[in-house]
Design a protein around this ligand. Sequence first.
Ligand code: IYR
Length: 254
Amino acid sequence: MENKLFSVHQFLCYNRTMSDHYEFPYPSKELESRHPFSVYEHERLSEEVMEAKAKDFYHKMDARRSVRMFSPDPVPQKLIELAIQAASTAPSGAHKQPWTFVATNDPEIKREIRAAAEEEEEKNYLENRMNEEWQEALAPLGTDHHKEFLQVAPWIIVLFEQRYETLSDGTTLKNYYVKESVGIAAGMFITALHHMGLATLTHTPTPMKFLNTILGRPKNERPFVLFPVGYPLEGVKVPDLNRKELNEIFTTVF
Ligand code: IYR
């Protein structure tokens, strides 16, 4: 009669889908004897509370905008570090965490980065390295080769992807799903900055190999995206863009 102690919740689940009966539980006894596991701490909330939190979060995120003019006001390094720590909680292929965040608030390094980025972007915009379709797509944003924000924003953070890992004895280990992993970390970094009240721009000066040279990064690392970070300049304008409606980005299959 051991099954008599089912909770109502368990009873409903069993009746509905049998979903909490696993034929192949994870971790298996064998796996757990070889690698450490712990119980995942999770508080189950009511659906009302979840909906309220989800709405709050959506509205908060909907208020985020990329900005192209920053205040020069300084931002404490601690805040940048906290955003990076939040980003580094991202899931990654085989938990390799294949990312390096390189931050600088050094005026000379920012000047060098701006100069190199503008040199590349001049070729993109003025020497037609971006084709016409691309330039047309960018027209509503009105971007050009001037990248003043790279010098004005108090911080530049460059997120590098690690294509492989180099051990101290020189051997190399492959990383997996690097773009996916680093892309998720980038999104979480942007979210963390917005959540604490800072602004950024996902900037990809193209090509951006110069960032390895200026920032002294090894050859297993490749710049993924550059983030100027700071407070938005007071009164900064952003293009009046609309976000796609739910029915344009979401569908169901039953
Ligand atoms: N890298 C260029 C061009 C550019 C490309 C895209 I796609 C944008 O969304 C914005 C700009 C630049 O940074 O100006």
